[in-house]
Design a protein around this ligand. Structure first.
Ligand SMILES: *[C@@H]1O[C@H](CO)[C@@H](O)[C@H](O)[C@H]1NC(C)=O
Length: 211
């Protein structure tokens, strides 16, 4: 009797303890949270299909303007071995931008549109050590953004930034995300939308919701 009471209490405590509640809704936001349509993209920064999807995603955001709030969630896939570092770097950029996102979006464009992601693909980094990969990332950012190499390297080792990077990953896992890109509209998974989707495909889903 006593033992079962103890076990039940223990399980309840385990169930209600939730030490990873993020302090804000996760993701990098563009737009007004009160907008009627919320679009979320889970993207691996080294994923070619995400790079393919990104120009259309941007087109959709311009097309719908203030009717849409957008959240981007980094989801580093384990088989892209440098991806966690690059996700961490994207959060370092946010931190060094004093939590503004202009340079974050520019980094996403560099990775997805300017093909920067290819520099960190598995075959490109095969002969590099982990430290050398981080060094490459920091060199790129400090040469192309107004942040010093030292600040970037320190950020790559910052435990709070590391936790932000993990939270984005855990948030996606908690939702059942297993690949990228994956999209949500108003909290529902949209498996119809993928890397090859066009603005017209998005319109088919969204216009009806706004009618
Ligand atoms: C962030 O804040 C620091 C300290 O106020 C300032 O030196 C730096 O220029 C700011 N950086 C950006 C990108 O706004």
């Amino acid at each position: 009797m006593k033992l079962s009471f103890f076990l039940i209490s223990f399980c309840l405590i385990f169930l209600i303890s939730c030490d990873l509640i993020p302090s804000r809704y996760p993701g990098k936001r563009q737009g007004d949270p009160a907008a009627p349509i919320m679009i979320e993209m889970h993207g691996d920064l080294l994923c070619p299909a995400c790079a393919e999807a990104w120009p259309t995603m941007k087109e959709v955001l311009v097309h719908y303007g203030d009717k849409v709030v957008f959240y981007f969630h980094t989801f580093p896939l384990p088989y892209h071995t440098a991806s966690f570092h690059v996700s961490q770097a994207s959060n370092v950029i946010v931190k060094l931008s004093n939590n503004t996102l202009t340079y974050f979006w520019r980094y996403l464009d560099d990775l997805y549109i300017q093909s920067l992601q290819q520099q960190y693909w598995n075959d490109k980094i095969a002969t590099l050590t982990d430290t050398e990969v981080v060094d490459e990332i920091a060199k790129y950012i400090s040469s192309n953004y107004p942040f010093s190499y030292t600040d970037v390297i320190n950020g790559m080792q910052d435990e709070n930034i590391n936790m932000d990077t993990r939270v984005a990953w855990k948030f996606a896992c908690a939702r059942g995300i297993y690949g990228t890109p994956m999209f949500y509209i108003n909290g529902m998974l949209c498996s119809d939308i993928g890397s090859g989707s066009t603005l017209q495909d998005w319109e088919k889903l969204i216009d009806g919701l706004l009618a």
